[in-house]
Design a protein around this ligand. Structure first.
Ligand code: ZN
Length: 380
């Protein structure tokens, strides 16, 4: 096979295939079993889809918040352990010398500390927490850290969390105030210059009034559409191999994968964040809600009636559903023999734990009839 699974033009032959994770890394994709990794995606699609499709989902405020919450819960009781900052949204504050192509993003630290990050903005990436991931790696930006002076909490944890914040970004970090004997440079902070000093004063005078004043959450109504199409294509292909490529529904999904804002919506069955479920025979909301695992990303693949459904659940709190196949032109028995009544892949990136479990065993676990050891470890 020399045709890229994602390529918009199927006639294009490509040879530079790369490893593609059906589940992106922020959701635990590296832990996923090999059958959820593909080798027939070209380098160009892999890069573009990682940047515009996977990241649009994982960097959206909704998903970033959920992932942050899991990480915080797992690491918060470990003394001195660094915790990812919580993305709050965009701040309306505009301190001195902000360029027109810059924005101010606000983050919250483990004990209520505040971070204001002045970074380049890009209209294509407005809904991404952290902006355009490529630009912020190569363009200098500045972040201002405000420790919570009311807090008696673990100072080392705060500094470690600040140090590790905004990884892989080209960012000058400046902290407000003095912290005992702490040498700021040991935690990745730089000496403030005149511009930094004026901005520190600016923010300090405002956060003392209201910590999270003027925060807006950038919302992209379609942030998950293309990602769900990608997830469905990957699962469809891993189920049916090359036969999948001749099914009409694969073409609909591919239109969805390359969907562009403002163009007519693709005909994909499922349920995204802002649109209700329309999937055929979706048994019940109870079913979709009850199959998630706390602290984990759960992908449940379930043949049901006339469709192969994929359910994505994060932290037992939010879920998405997409149809990977309507079985037109494909043998439903293949899906039933692979997944039985349903197969769940449970990924916990924070604990580096993964398990695959059939739906009956998962339900038995939920009911307390037969506990699954790894799931218990993940949930703990
Ligand atoms: Zn391609």
């Amino acid at each position: 096979m020399t045709i890229c699974l994602y390529h918009r033009d199927t006639a294009t032959e490509v040879n530079d295939f790369t490893l593609e994770h059906i589940i992106p890394d922020p959701l635990g994709g590296r832990l996923a079993p090999d059958w959820l990794k593909l080798r027939n995606v070209c380098k160009q699609c892999n890069n573009n889809i990682g940047h515009f499709v996977d990241a649009s989902f994982t960097h959206s405020w909704f998903v970033a918040q959920l992932l942050h919450k899991i990480s915080h819960r797992i690491n918060s009781n470990t003394p001195h352990a660094s915790i990812p900052l919580n993305p709050l949204g965009l701040s309306g504050h505009r301190p001195s010398y902000m360029e027109n192509d810059e924005t101010c993003e606000a983050w919250l630290g483990p004990h209520g500390e505040l971070v204001f990050w002045i970074r380049p903005t890009d209209e294509r990436f407005v809904t991404y927490m952290g902006g355009n991931p490529r630009t912020t790696r190569t363009t200098q930006s500045r972040a201002y850290f405000f420790p919570n002076t009311q807090s008696e909490n673990d100072i080392e944890k705060m500094l470690n969390s600040f140090r590790d914040a905004l990884p892989k970004k080209l960012v000058k970090k400046v902290i407000f105030g003095q912290w005992g004997n702490v040498a700021p440079e040991a935690y990745g902070f730089s000496e403030p210059d005149a511009l930094d000093r004026s901005r520190l004063e600016f923010f300090n005078s405002r956060i003392s009034v209201n910590m999270t004043d003027q925060i807006t959450i950038p919302i992209g109504q379609e942030f998950d559409w293309r990602f769900l199409a990608k997830l469905a294509i990957g699962i469809g292909y891993t189920t049916y191999g090359d036969h999948y490529l001749s099914s009409p529904y694969y073409q609909s999904l591919k239109n969805g994968l390359w969907h562009w804002h403002g163009v007519e919506s693709p005909r994909i069955h499922g349920m995204s964040f802002f649109t209700p479920s329309d999937i055929a025979n979706d048994s019940s909301n109870l079913f979709t809600q009850s199959t998630g695992i706390r602290n984990a990303v759960t992908i449940l693949i379930k043949p049901q009636g006339t469709s192969l459904a994929v359910l994505l659940n994060i932290d037992k709190e939010r879920f998405w559903v997409v149809q990977a196949s309507d079985f037109v032109g494909l043998d439903p028995q293949i899906a039933f023999s692979k997944y039985g009544e349903g197969l769940a892949v449970i990924l916990c990136k924070e604990k580096s734990l993964m398990c695959e479990v059939g739906l009956p065993d998962l339900l038995a676990h939920f009911l307390g009839l037969k506990r699954q050891h790894i799931i218990s470890q993940i949930e703990a």
